[in-house]
Design a protein around this ligand. Sequence first.
Ligand SMILES: [Zn+2]
Length: 254
Amino acid sequence: MPVQIDLISRRRFALWQVKESDFFIVHIDNDLEPSETRDQLIAKLDSLHREICDVLAFPDVGNPESLLKLNVWLYADTVLEQAGLITEATPKQFYGAASPAGVHIALHGLDWDSALVIDCIIHEDIHAVLGKNVGEAPSLLNEGIAAYCERMLSRDGSGRLNELREGWMSIHVSEKSGWLRRACQTEEFWQAYNANLPMYEVGGYLVRYIIETQGLDVLKQIFLSSHYMDDSLADKLEQLFGVKLEHIEQQLAA
Ligand SMILES: [Zn+2]
């Protein structure tokens, strides 16, 4: 798993300034200095969220009044310092996560509206929107759809979509056949991720293939019928495509 930081106690004990928008309740840690780039980011959140709901084809955006708003938590950088994440080697740090409590962001040494931060917020908001509407799937698909849509919406243009194929190819040449079957297991996905394999990109490339060949609704059905530790994802995908996953490994590398 990626680094976990104790945000719960911070949420409980810090003081928060609250700003509401159409889709969000934004909680700003009182220890944060006023910042223009942060105000700009907050002003952008609703339109980013509309784009995300558009790309994921959720009608979320129709009527803001009927919605349960999403919490966004902007933490002071002390949470990164306390977790030992800010060192001389990494003077800049970004942390983003999504959970039932909302979207969590902490950063140090970066502007709140920099492309990296915006891409990460898009990524976490995608998790939040999916979680709310279709639940979770094994990480290969959770991270895959976030990695794919994040690049679709990227401020840096569509060039970032190539990273998905590059990730797939690099694993395909370095790993033994059967790697995709293993990546379907959430624990194995994170083991490979921790070994620095480009697992998000691999998931993103697979998600792109599912959407292009089967459609977004079919992908949502997989989410609806699945969960985080579901160990039948490989079977579900083989049923869907009518071929073995080892065949898909080859096919997408062609
Ligand atoms: Zn993620």
